[in-house]
Design a protein around this ligand. Structure first.
Ligand code: FCB
Length: 440
C-alpha cells in the first residue's frame, strides 16, 4: 500500500455532501420542487426507484450529522444549498424558512469549529425555472447570479468558500447529453449550449458576489480526468485528445483564457454554442480557488465495442477503474497549462458494497482507495502544485443520482429504514489519519 507522508500543517481535511443527496425535507417549510424531485419521481429514471423525499433526513438530523463530523475531527465540511429551498421558484420571493435551515447548520458547524465550504448549484435547479427552459434559457444565468449574490450577502462572512457550480460537465453532458440525469434530455446541441450558459452563469455569479463583498473565497468545482488512448492507434489517440479537450479544457479555457479550446470547438461544428459578444469577458473572472473532483481517468477506445482498461487495481462498485496516478498526472498538467489559484480536491472517494456486521463496516477497499489517492495527491504537491485541502466524498451513504440508494459512497453507513448512522472502518481510519497529521 502507498505511504502517506506529512501534509502541510495548514492542510484542510474535510468531508463532502450535497443537498439533494442527503437533505430530504423535499417540500418542508416552503421548499419548491427541483428538477431532481421531478426526475426521481418519474418512473424508470432511478435504478432502484429511490427519490429525494427523505434521503438521509439531514434536514432534520443536521445537528447529529455535525456532531458526527466533529467526532471525526475534520476541519471542514463541503455541502450545497438547495436553490429551491431558499427561493422556491428560482426567482422572486426568498423563503426565509429555507435560509433559516442553513443558518442553523452554519451555527452548529461554527459551534464545533468546522469550516463551511458552500456550493451554490449541485444540480437541483428549481423546477419553475426548468419550466421556462432551464439552462437552455440564457435568462437562467441571470437568475443564478441573483441567487448567488443573496447567498453571499447573507452567509458570505460565515463560510470559507463559495463555489458557483459543482461539475457543470455533468449538468450539460448527463442532464442534456445522454438523459441519465435531470432534466433527462438527450440532445448534443442542447448540451453544448447548456455548457455555455453554465459557464456564463458562473461568470455572472462571480461578479455579483464580488459586488456584495464578503470574506468568502470564490471559485468553481469541476470534475476532471486525464484521457488515455487505449492503444497507440491514431484513432484512439485522436479520441483521447478530443475527450480531454471537450471535457477538461472546455471548462478551464473559458475561465482561465477567455475562449473555448480549438480542438473541441472545431469538432463540435454546427453544434457549437451561440456566444454573445461580451460572454468571454463575463466568464473570465479571476477565481480564488479551483475545486477539483477526481474519481477516474478516461480510457479512450475507438473500437466497437470499446476496449476496457486492464484496471490493475480493480474497479469500484460503480464500475469505475481505480487509477490514483491519474490524479498526479492531471494536477501536473493543469498546473502547467493554467495559472492556477490554490486547488482543493473537493471530491474523491468510492462506492463499495458495504454492510453492517455486528455493528462494524469493514471497508478496507475504501481505506486503500483513499490512501492511494492521497499519496498521488502528495506526489503532485511535491512537484509544485499548490493544493490546500482534501474533501472525502462522502460523509454519508446517500442518494447517488440515477443509481438511487444502491451505491454507498459514505464513510458513515446509513440504514435508510431507521436512519441509523454507523461509522465505517474508513471513518475511524480517516480520524486517525487526521490526528496523526496534526501531531506530527
Ligand atoms: C460526483 C458528484 C457527487 C457524487 C459523486 C459520486 O460526480 O458531484 O454528487 O455523486 O460523483
Amino acid at each position: 500500500m502507498s505511504e502517506i507522508q506529512q501534509f502541510p500543517a495548514d492542510f484542510i481535511w474535510g468531508v463532502a455532501t450535497s443537498a439533494f443527496q442527503i437533505e430530504g425535507g423535499a417540500s418542508a417549510d416552503g421548499k419548491g420542487p427541483s428538477i431532481w424531485d421531478t426526475f426521481s419521481h418519474t418512473p424508470g429514471k432511478i435504478i432502484d426507484g429511490g427519490t429525494g423525499d427523505v434521503a438521509c433526513d439531514h434536514y432534520h438530523r443536521y445537528a447529529e450529522d455535525v456532531a458526527l463530523m466533529a467526532g471525526l475531527h475534520v476541519d471542514a465540511y463541503r455541502f450545497s444549498i438547495a436553490w429551491s429551498r431558499v427561493q422556491p421558484a428560482g426567482k422572486g420571493a426568498w423563503n426565509e424558512a429555507g435560509f433559516a435551515f442553513y443558518d442553523r447548520l452554519l451555527t452548529e458547524l461554527a459551534a464545533k469549529n468546522i469550516d463551511a465550504h458552500v456550493t451554490l448549484y449541485h444540480w437541483d435547479l428549481p423546477q419553475a425555472l426548468q419550466d421556462e427552459g432551464g439552462w437552455l434559457n440564457r435568462d437562467t444565468a441571470k437568475q443564478f447570479a441573483e441567487y448567488a449574490a443573496e447567498v453571499a450577502r447573507r452567509f458570505g462572512n460565515r463560510v470559507k468558500t463559495i463555489a458557483t457550480h459543482n461539475e457543470p460537465w455533468c449538468t450539460a453532458n448527463l442532464g442534456y447529453g445522454n438523459a441519465q440525469f435531470a432534466p433527462g434530455v438527450a440532445d448534443l446541441r442542447q448540451s453544448i449550449q447548456v455548457s455555455h450558459h453554465l459557464l456564463l452563469s458562473h461568470g455572472l455569479a462571480m461578479q455579483a458576489m464580488r459586488k456584495v463583498g464578503s470574506s468568502a473565497k470564490l471559485g468553481i468545482v469541476l470534475n476532471q480526468w486525464t484521457a488515455h488512448p487505449a492503444t497507440d492507434s491514431q484513432a484512439d489517440r485522436e479520441l483521447a485528445a478530443f475527450e480531454y479537450s471537450r471535457s477538461v479544457e472546455w471548462f478551464m479555457d473559458p475561465i482561465f483564457k477567455g475562449r473555448y479550446p480549438e480542438l473541441a470547438l472545431k469538432a463540435h461544428g454546427a453544434n457549437a454554442p451561440v456566444i454573445h459578444d461580451n460572454d468571454f469577458n463575463d466568464i473570465r473572472q479571476p477565481i480564488d480557488f479551483l475545486g477539483c473532483n477526481y474519481y477516474f481517468r478516461a480510457f479512450c477506445s475507438a473500437e466497437v465495442p470499446p476496449r476496457a482498461p486492464a484496471a490493475a487495481l480493480g474497479v469500484t462498485d460503480m464500475g469505475w477503474e481505480i487509477y490514483p496516478q491519474g490524479l498526479t498526472e492531471l494536477l501536473l498538467k493543469l498546473n502547467k497549462d493554467y495559472d492556477l489559484p490554490p486547488v482543493y480536491i473537493t471530491e474523491n472517494g468510492m462506492a463499495n458494497r458495504d454492510a453492517v456486521v455486528d455493528g462494524r463496516v469493514h471497508d478496507a477497499q475504501r481505506i486503500d482507495f483513499v490512501t492511494r489517492h492521497l499519496a498521488a495527491l502528495q506526489e503532485a504537491m511535491h512537484q509544485g502544485v499548490k493544493v490546500d485541502g482534501y474533501f472525502l466524498w462522502s460523509l454519508l451513504d446517500n442518494f447517488e443520482w440515477n443509481s438511487g440508494y444502491a451505491k454507498r459512497f459514505g464513510i458513515v453507513h446509513v440504514d435508510y429504514e431507521t436512519q441509523q448512522r454507523t461509522l465505517k472502518d474508513s471513518a475511524l481510519w480517516y480520524r486517525g489519519l487526521i490526528d496523526a497529521q496534526r501531531k506530527a
